[in-house]
Design a protein around this ligand. Sequence first.
Ligand SMILES: C[S@@+](CC[C@H](N)C(=O)[O-])C[C@H]1O[C@@H](n2cnc3c(N)ncnc32)[C@H](O)[C@@H]1O
Length: 344
Amino acid sequence: MENNKRIRRKRYSGNYPKKFEEKYKEQNPLKYEDTIQKVMEKGNTPAGMHRPIMVDEIITFFDIKPNQIGLDLTLGFGGHTKEMLQRLNHTGHLHGIDQDPIELVKTKERLESFGYTSSDFTVHHLNFKDFNQTNVKGFDFILADLGVSSMQIDDPSRGFTFREDGPLDLRMNPNQGVPAYIRLLELSESEIRGMLIENADEVYAKEISKEIILERQKGNLCETTKAFYNVIAQALKDVSINIYEDELKKAATRTFQALRIDVNSEYEVLFELLDKLPNYLNPGGKVAILSFHSGEDRLVKKAFKHFYNNGIYSQINGPLIPSKDEVYHNPRARSAKLRTAIKF
Ligand SMILES: C[S@@+](CC[C@H](N)C(=O)[O-])C[C@H]1O[C@@H](n2cnc3c(N)ncnc32)[C@H](O)[C@@H]1O
């Protein structure tokens, strides 16, 4: 009878792992091309990857020539950079900036795996407002694809999503500033309300800010994404049951966005960037900026108009939006707006 114990079949979590740590791609997404293809055909973004948005429109606008010098201010997964490097075809040089020290290293290695070397591109761990620290005096084309990458959103340890539990952090550069839950402790009720309205037009700003302070008084410091989500859920308790789920999802999305903008000082750094840009463009140099919400787009529009009216930019265009086909295949593109400018 000994050794006659039934050996239970090992249970696997299935073909479609649910947890971030179990997914195939974080270590080396490009190793799994078949899976990636299937995920993308369904209109999803494979975790650990970011799909570049409005590539054709951006590449057509830049019309890159051999030996040009370019700058990608938001390297991310390197999708746009790879396309631009292809156009340069081992001539000229491309500088890539990102403030995320975690993804930057992986992206550099990925670009090298495509055969690009230090003579083709240089990566810089910088906030884009400090892009002049690349020590390049004039660029022929500059791209900024604002916001966060899919890799950042998908990784619960970064705290960008309420769909999974993780620390309420939301910093693109975890070595700089304070995590979001500390920031929330620093703000008063009216400051939180102002932040929610200014950064995300949050319709339940009053209820949410009030609930955050009530919870804080009870000792709930909202240290995790789920704890914070539950506070938002509680704040919306008087919303009609028929629309509650939908309203909660939207309010949580906006609230996380507002907090992310605050924690990363997104408006301040964008303002500084837009102000500096024309000084580092060669004559005829081109700039393209992809934004994802009205607050960002307003800043870009205003700055471009200002420099156009002052004879610094010869042309400004936009906003262009992604094609229906692109949005169908990549729903994360749905709120993108592209504005472009050309230096005199
Ligand atoms: C939307 S993703 C860019 C994706 C990229 N275009 C691609 O094709 O993979 C935005 C990236 O910009 C970075 N980023 C956002 N704000 C930044 C800033 N102020 N300075 C530097 N990098 C920033 C984020 O860390 C993120 O990696």
